[in-house]
Design a protein around this ligand. Sequence first.
Ligand SMILES: [Zn+2]
Ligand SMILES: [Zn+2]
Length: 145
Amino acid sequence: MDPQIRLNQMIKVLKEKGHRLTPQRLAVLKILSRSDDHPSVESIFAMVKANFPTTSLATVYNTVNLLKAAGEVLELGFAGLGSRYDGNKPYSHPHAVCTACGRIDDPDCSSLAGLTQEMTQQTGFAFTHHQVCFFGLCPDCQGKQ
Ligand SMILES: [Zn+2]
Ligand SMILES: [Zn+2]
């Protein structure tokens, strides 16, 4: 998704809910709107702190939680890797996760629609979301084994 569109959407939602948009908060939103690496709160904090040295970890947590509650960021929880966030695609989508370096990719996976249909047919469920993750070694880490 276009990061600029995502950023504007996040700003709109926080404003609608009456939250003040400080420069630190805006910096968090900008990082999440791209979500290049599916960052953790700690890595977002490190990036924001580089430009705004007075930023607190609590501010970053707070902003991420506001967005999470509004459905504007997707949280991925992993044993070992902790929680990682995707604000660029805040809806369910499949992830490829490297268990060695923690890299997380968003592959285009068109067969997921077929899988969802199959799941619905077999269970009769009305699905609202899913968590599909494939774990293994990314191309860079495969060479290091
Ligand atoms: Zn890796
Ligand atoms: Zn993602």
